[in-house]
Design a protein around this ligand. Structure first.
Ligand code: ADP
Ligand code: MG
Length: 309
């Protein structure tokens, strides 16, 4: 299916990030509802073409259940439009709503979510030769069926996760010490994503990002480089396996940090595979309001029927 901007109709806003807007849109010719992310770019025609060609790699993500489906990308009025599968929420919003209700994400949820993220990242590396570079809770999406998928791969390499962005946008740091500490000769390695995963696990399971609440982004980056790595607290009831898994992800020396095959074989991931009683979909649905007959979706369905006649 070739997606044209003129065939898309905005249904609602899904979220806003450092680069722009994500909207739910109806693709009228097919009736498919998709999430469209618009990124402002100042690329010339040549680099636009190159970006589109590179984004073609993302089509391969279709066969990976732990990656958000990619429908296509286009340039429109200078912006890049990225069309992808719509999900129900992202991990940052989700853990915050769980905290707001006076609870915390249970370990089986975190274990199963971590397993999905690892499988997604491992597929990206093996099948697409891609490193994510922007692993963080808002780039992990969830749906009511209990699926956990990574998004914002492919484009993230070009546009995000720089030290400059972290400082300018006031972002909390997810990047590892070796990316901050200057030496640009260190090539990007999957283990940068492993560090970000460790920070993500601490944030979603404790409810707070491990780097200083009152500090400026600059001071936080200095903390990442100078202080011992963060770890899970001892008094919140996490298992030894989970504690050790996070400790492994957060080795400051990236040469000591494990890669995906080793992490996938870790006892914490074994526990995620063996946990048969915890249902991700039931847990997610507890916190997400029922998809009652939504007037917008209803109109969308009608519109697409009209369009298909
Ligand atoms: P960031 O990831 O930095 O928060 P983004 O622009 O990538 O910024 O996304 C903004 C928000 O839009 C995300 O936090 C997420 O909640 C939402 N979002 C992004 N993609 C989708 C999608 N495919 N389905 C549903 N919601 C999405
Ligand atoms: Mg994002």
């Amino acid at each position: 299916v070739e997606v044209l901007a003129t065939d898309l109709k905005v249904l609602e806003e899904l979220g806003r990030g450092g680069y722009g807007l994500v909207e739910k849109m109806l693709h009228r010719p097919t009736g498919i509802v998709m999430a469209v992310k618009r990124i402002t770019s100042s690329m010339n025609d040549e680099s636009q073409k190159r970006t589109l060609i590179e984004l073609q790699t993302c089509m391969k993500s279709d066969c990976c259940p732990q990656m958000v489906r990619f429908y296509g990308a286009m340039f429109r009025e200078g912006d890049v439009w990225i069309c992808m599968e719509v999900m129900d929420t992202s991990l940052d919003k989700f853990y915050k709503s769980v905290i707001a209700s006076g609870s915390r994400l249970p370990e089986p949820f975190v274990a199963k979510a971590t397993l999905s993220i690892l499988e997604g990242l491992n597929f990206m590396k093996l099948q697409m030769n891609l490193i994510h570079r922007d692993v963080k809770p808002s780039n992990i999406l969830l749906n009511r069926a209990g699926a956990v998928k990574i998004c914002d791969f492919g484009i993230s390499g070009h546009l995000t996760n720089s030290v400059a962005k972290t400082i300018n946008a006031g972002c909390k740091p997810y990047m590892p010490p070796e990316r901050i500490d200057g030496d640009n000769k260190v090539a990007y390695d999957v283990r940068a994503d492993v560090w970000s995963l460790g920070i993500t696990i601490i944030e979603i399971s404790t409810g707070t990002h491990p780097y200083g609440r009152w500090k400026t982004p600059f001071e936080q980056l200095k903390q990442v480089v100078q202080e011992p790595p963060p770890k899970l607290p001892f008094d919140m009831g996490f298992s030894k396996e989970m504690f050790n898994f996070v400790e492994n992800c957060l080795m400051k020396d990236f040469m000591k940090r494990p890669k995906y095959p080793e992490l996938l074989a870790h006892p914490f991931m074994e526990s995620a595979r063996n946990e048969k009683h915890f249902s991700m979909s039931q847990y997610v649905q507890q916190y997400l309001p029922e998809p009652t007959t939504d007037p917008v979706a209803e109109t969308a369905a009608q519109l697409s029927r009209v369009e298909l006649q």
